[in-house]
Design a protein around this ligand. Structure first.
Ligand code: PGA
Length: 251
């Protein structure tokens, strides 16, 4: 089964209007538009709208870095799915380890966000990943199983078409330490197997599983050559046009 690759750039809390628009323009220009892949960028909320204007018609998709489950209301500091649509976004990153670790988001809240994104027709990029301590104590698979099960609670097989999972080992994020291609492949295969158990084979075969954690121009090709790695979620290297340009045009 041929899954369309997805390369996503998570800009985190970086860029303001001028440099963000310049970066987005550069990304759009460097994307060679191959139809076997999609490119997504997730700028800070404040510039989603401007960035989406700047790169409209380029084929690059825009996402938010988080999303609430309600369309409006008393949710200070949150962004709603309708607001994201309004600003030109069609996807949302959910459950990033920085949201989990620094801002205390738990699996229940992340599940609400996933279901909210699905309900309002956004592509939900659900992030999961173990810490170094969890890996070293041999708990990687049980941690991932809990995050995947709880994150996808009450999501139907049909709705899984709107879900992408990003496996991001916490110890590899922003550290320059990438999981080896073998480690990443093993974990992706585990997640795919879990999805088959939770849903059905067809859902597992169609699901795109991205790898994230110090993805760079030097390691993208070998990661993408793994059978269960369908794309990447890129942080640091997504802020540099040349690096991200090389990553999106992986071989
Ligand atoms: P990194 O970040 O590429 O800088 O490691 C990845 C992420 O946090 O999504």
């Amino acid at each position: 089964m041929q899954r369309k690759a997805l390369i996503a750039g998570n800009w985190k809390m970086h860029t303001t209007l001028v440099d963000g628009c310049a970066l987005a323009t550069g990304v759009a220009k460097s994307f060679d538009g191959k139809d076997d892949r999609e490119v997504l960028i997730a700028p800070p909320f404040t510039i989603v709208s401007e960035v989406s204007h700047v790169i409209k018609d380029s084929g690059v998709i825009i996402g938010g870095q988080n999303v609430c489950w309600e369309t409006s209301g008393a949710f200070t500091g949150e962004i709603s799915p309708t607001m994201l649509h309004d600003a030109g976004a069609t996807a949302a990153i959910i459950g990033h380890s920085e949201r989990r670790q620094i801002f205390g988001e738990n699996d229940e809240m992340i599940n609400k966000r996933v279901r909210g994104a699905i309900k309002f027709k956004l592509l939900a990029v659900l992030c999961v990943g173990e810490t170094l301590e969890e890996r070293e104590s041999g708990n990687t698979f049980s941690v991932l199983e809990t995050q995947v099960r709880k994150g996808l609670d009450q999501v139907t097989a049909e709705e899984m078409k709107q879900v992408v999972i990003a496996y991001e080992p916490v110890w590899a994020i922003g550290t320059g330490k990438t999981a080896s291609k073998e480690q990443a492949q093993e974990t992706h295969a585990f997640i795919r197997g879990l999805i088959e158990n939770l849903f059905e084979k067809g859902v597992a075969e169609e699901l795109r599983i991205l790898y994230g954690g110090s993805v760079k121009p030097v390691n993208i090709d070998e990661l993408m050559a793994q059978p269960d790695i369908d794309g990447a979620l890129v942080g640091g290297a997504a802020l540099d046009v040349e690096s991200f340009g090389r990553i999106i045009n992986f071989k």
